[in-house]
Design a protein around this ligand. Structure first.
Ligand code: ATP
Ligand code: MG
Length: 190
């Protein structure tokens, strides 16, 4: 039997068991590793939901690719752009409202059980910025159906979430081209 012939049942238990994965740290790769997992899940026809909490956190190249993965993959961009930097001239209350809406949306979708994989990109950044509370993220973990895998990304994962997660990976920066003055590159960084 070749790898192509094998079915998920050959390598996993019959009852799917969802996991909580955390990709955090200051090195590159948190979002792209999560998207790699989405790619893997779609190969088995699993329905996936991606919610981007901080708009402007790139995801431009990915957006076009994700369209090709419809209808298995749904993508929702909920944030209101960078907070407090770049061209942010929105009142903070608007950012807070957007983050709360993203949270409520994500929670409802997650609890529905309609998705095998839910990716909440940059959710920890929303917590670091004070737009969401740690308890909001813990509420999400409580709302997760047992068969749904939840991936949370962003710098600064709170210890309470790390404690509850099954798999936690810290991307640590050893080098980043940006430090040599090389600007973000299309197709690699966004
Ligand atoms: P990626 O989207 O490439 O997987 P990430 O999700 O780990 O990166 P974010 O903090 O979301 O990292 O930042 C996204 C953007 O910032 C990407 O363009 C990425 O290349 C860049 N970036 C990530 N880590 C660093 C770093 N340590 N120094 C400078 N730029 C970084
Ligand atoms: Mg990211």
């Amino acid at each position: 039997m070749t790898i192509e012939d094998s079915t998920p049942e050959d390598v996993t238990s019959v009852e799917p068991r969802g996991l909580v994965l955390v990709n955090t740290g200051d090195g590159k790769g948190k979002t792209t590793a999560a998207l790699g997992t989405v790619l893997r899940a779609v190969g088995y026809g699993h329905r996936c939901l991606i919610v981007q909490f901080i708009k402007g956190s790139w995801m431009y190249g990915e957006l076009k690719s994700i369209r090709r993965l419809e209808p298995e993959v749904e993508f929702h961009r909920m944030g209101k752009g960078f907070v407090g930097i770049v061209d942010d001239n929105l009142p903070r209350v608007e950012h807070e409202k957007a983050a709360r809406e993203a949270l409520a949306f994500a929670k409802e979708k997650l609890a529905s059980g309609a998705y095998r994989l839910v990716l909440l990109d940059e959710i920890f950044v929303a917590v670091t910025l004070g737009l969401l509370a740690v308890s909001d993220v813990l509420d999400l973990l409580d709302a997760r159906p047992a068969a749904t895998t939840l991936i949370l990304t962003g710098r600064g994962a709170p210890p309470e979430v790390i404690e509850r997660a099954d798999t936690v990976t810290e991307m640590r920066e050893i080098k980043h081209a940006f430090r040599q003055g090389i600007l973000a590159q299309r197709g690699v960084d966004f």
